[in-house]
Structure formats: C-alpha cells, structure tokens
Design a binder for this molecule. Structure first.
Ligand SMILES: [Zn+2]
Length: 59
C-alpha cells in the first residue's frame, strides 16, 4: 500500500495487495490502515513516512 495524495479531507491510499488496485480515503490514521476492499493491513507510520520521503508529497 502507498499513499497517493493528500487531500484536504484526508489521504488517498492505493492498495495492490490482491493483484488489483484498490483506492480509498483515510481521514485519520490509527496504528494500522485496513483496506476496506480486501482487508489488507499496513502499518500507518510506514505509509506516512514513505509518502513524505517521496516526491508525491511535494506535488
Ligand atoms: Zn485492497
């Protein structure tokens, strides 16, 4: 999973855990993020760290 973008209402997360892309909006992060489409989970801090180290956050 990766954060694709930050919007005013939350973060857009892309999930590719099941060989198909799911996207969903996270309004606030808990300890982990769960994909509402397939149930895959990811550690929230890993997603946020990856996002802010990438150039997606600067766009
Ligand atoms: Zn998913």
């Amino acid at each position: 999973m990766v954060i694709d973008a930050k919007l005013s209402e939350g973060y857009v997360v892309l999930c590719d855990k099941r060989a198909e892309m799911h996207s969903f909006l996270i309004v606030s992060f808990g300890l982990s993020v769960e994909c509402p489409h397939c149930g895959a989970t990811e550690i929230a801090t890993d997603l946020v760290t990856d996002f802010y180290l990438s150039d997606r956050a600067a766009a």
